[in-house]
Design a protein around this ligand. Structure first.
Ligand SMILES: *[C@@H]1O[C@H](CO)[C@@H](O)[C@H](O)[C@H]1NC(C)=O
Ligand SMILES: *[C@@H]1O[C@H](CO)[C@@H](O)[C@H](O)[C@H]1NC(C)=O
Ligand SMILES: *[C@@H]1O[C@H](CO)[C@@H](O)[C@H](O)[C@H]1NC(C)=O
Length: 544
């Protein structure tokens, strides 16, 4: 009897403790109110024309275009039909199922740059040669959607907007046919209890699988994979008139967008998640990879169809970015030259390490904060872009590293027993710049110049164009090879010999060169008031 009563007492105490714990941990949920009005017409871009500013810099735009032409020339000569060229050896490789990723992923760049002959070659490949029923290997729906499908639907939008003359009167149905074949082959990916997408699809069997081709109910997905198809699928449904794409994509993302579980930091979700239940399996909270474009797409979904059912997405975005500012922002120790960066949080510990991929956040914040008139968020976005610029300016090559660390000024944000810079070169770099590189490679990534693009188009401040030009010159210098432009092993060295990786992904021409070009072109070309860029820089027409 006594034993039983004490067991009941213990159970009671435990229940109270559990309740209190939840109350403390989750007490923040909902405390950040939706204190803004979603405007129904709000200009995003800086009014260059009204201010009488000729924002076009034809000479610099031409220089970027020349690099695109050179990239294309060698790809065509040495790697045609393969996914990418190996720019040091002149060999070729297939990392995206062998559908000619470089050809298709750079179609929208060729269209925007007005490279008519290149575009005609790409169009012919898409309409007459590629076979989306026959992949090499398992298909990754995330990469396939943002690169291939995104490029196809964006090309239709760009052709219909007259950005480049149509190569054939039947372009719309010809490209759509291929886009539909691809999307329909990806369809089985959505066949899960939650509707969240499998990480891989076996096209032969028509089944979703885990990364290794197995049907495993314990499969996990990171946040970016759960929603980074919504812009592309929404556009595909609009173009085909078939709602299934939008419906599948909406369902796959809804358990995150409408997440009903309390979360400690409003808008910020723990990752990864189970595809069977949608619930978190891991404890990581980050705006960086592999969760990045979940956050990126929340505001972009709203901007794509402002009058569609996307108000909640904008609110979630606002919550997440407000939480990021409150919980994940950190400043370097220096009094004279402080810089702002984004932390991650995992296993109850902060990680004071930021990646190049995370640098999209600054530009994304400017985009959403301008639209929603959120001044303090806007300033946070500007500070993050400045921090990313510092990661470039600090390196001897003037190209930023894959990731870097710093000493948080805020002592509670320093991980316990944090050793600081370890090697001699790290210590030297830390003394001189306040940061040190933790992965010194540069993979031809776009995120830093992408944020400069938003900075320039939204604020009209000259410094963003200047930073973009400095980045362009430094990147070309560090990456140029006999057969194109290559990933670099170590941006802390200026030396070229043996410092190149013989690799280049399709986002070099799809994203990095496109954003650079757009910074120097007429800002009316793909104006942010009319277009939304998917996470591979393919512009999609906003629908009001
Ligand atoms: C915006 O909303 C106002 C008030 O509801 C309305 O008068 C106006 O026509 C709307 N503008 C657009 C572009 O929808
Ligand atoms: C797809 O599944 C079939 C049948 O199980 C298997 O033979 C094939 O190897 C799988 N494809 C890939 C790319 O793993
Ligand atoms: C839509 O999702 C279902 C699973 O719910 C799947 O069987 C179907 O193939 C998907 N279709 C498309 C076009 O995505």
């Amino acid at each position: 009897m006594i034993a039983r009563r004490s067991r009941v007492a213990v159970a009671f105490v435990l229940a109270c403790a559990f309740y209190l714990f939840h109350k403390v941990v989750f007490s923040n949920s909902g405390s950040i109110g939706f204190d803004f009005v979603i405007p129904n017409d709000s200009r995003i871009q800086y009014p260059f024309k009204e201010k009488g500013i000729d924002a076009r810099d034809a000479k610099k735009a031409e220089a970027v275009k020349e690099v695109m032409k050179r990239t294309w020339k060698f790809y065509k000569e040495k790697a045609w039909g393969f996914d990418e060229i190996k720019p040091v050896s002149g060999k070729h490789g297939n990392s995206r199922n062998g559908w000619g990723a470089t050809i298709i992923d750079s179609m929208t760049t060729a269209a925007i740059m007005g490279l008519t002959d290149t575009f005609a070659e790409q169009y012919d490949w898409v309409v007459n040669h590629v076979d989306f029923n026959k992949p090499k290997g398992l298909v990754d729906p995330f990469e396939t959607t943002i690169r291939y499908l995104g490029a196809l639907v964006s090309t239709i939008d760009l052709l219909e907007a007259g950005v480049i003359p149509a190569p054939s009167p039947s372009f719309r149905q010809d490209i759509l046919k291929q886009a539909k074949t691809l999307a329909d082959n990806l369809g089985p990916g959505f066949d899960t209890p939650t509707g969240m997408i499998w990480p891989r699809i076996n096209f032969t069997e028509g089944l979703g699988t885990d990364m290794h081709g197995r049907r495993n109910q314990h499969t996990i997905v990171h946040l970016a994979r759960a929603g980074s198809h919504w812009l592309e699928y929404s556009t595909l449904s609009h173009l085909t008139g078939n709602k299934i794409y939008l419906e599948n994509s909406t369902k796959a993302w809804d358990c995150l967008v409408f997440n009903k579980r309390g979360v400690p930091w409003p808008g910020i979700l723990e990752s990864p998640r189970s595809i069977s239940t949608g619930l978190p399996i891991g404890t990581t909270r980050t705006l960086g990879a592999p969760d990045d474009s979940h956050y990126e797409y929340l505001i972009k979904a709203h901007l794509l169809v402002p009058n569609g059912p996307t108000k909640h997405h904008a609110k979630r975005w606002h919550q997440a970015m407000t939480s990021a500012r409150k919980y994940l922002s950190s400043t370097t120790k220096s009094d004279t030259d402080p810089h702002t960066f984004l932390l991650s949080y995992s296993k109850r510990t902060y990680e004071n390490n930021m990646g190049h991929l995370t640098c999209f956040v600054g530009g994304n914040i400017l985009l959403g904060a301008k639209y929603l008139s959120q001044q303090s968020l806007f300033s946070f976005g500007e500070a993050l872009i400045e921090g990313c610029h510092h990661s470039y300016a600090s390196m001897p090559s003037k190209v930023g590293p894959e990731s870097w660390s710093w000493m948080p000024r805020e002592s509670h944000l320093r991980p316990p027993h944090f050793p600081g810079p370890i090697t001699l070169p790290q210590k030297k770099m830390y003394e001189e710049t306040g940061i040190w590189s933790t992965a010194p490679n540069y993979n031809l990534r776009p995120e830093v110049v992408e944020s400069y693009f938003y900075g320039w188009r939204i604020t009209g401040e000259e410094k963003y164009r200047r930073w973009a030009w400095e980045a362009f010159e430094a990147i070309v210098k560090a990456t140029e090879t006999e057969w194109g432009y290559s990933e670099v092993d170590d941006v802390t060295e200026v030396r070229k010999e043996g410092n190149l990786r013989d690799a280049s992904e399709s986002f070099w021409s799809a994203e990095t060169l496109k954003y650079l070009y757009l910074i120097f072109e007429d800002p009316e070309l793909c104006s942010l008031d009319k277009w939304v860029f998917n996470t591979e820089a393919h512009p999609l027409k906003r629908r009001f």
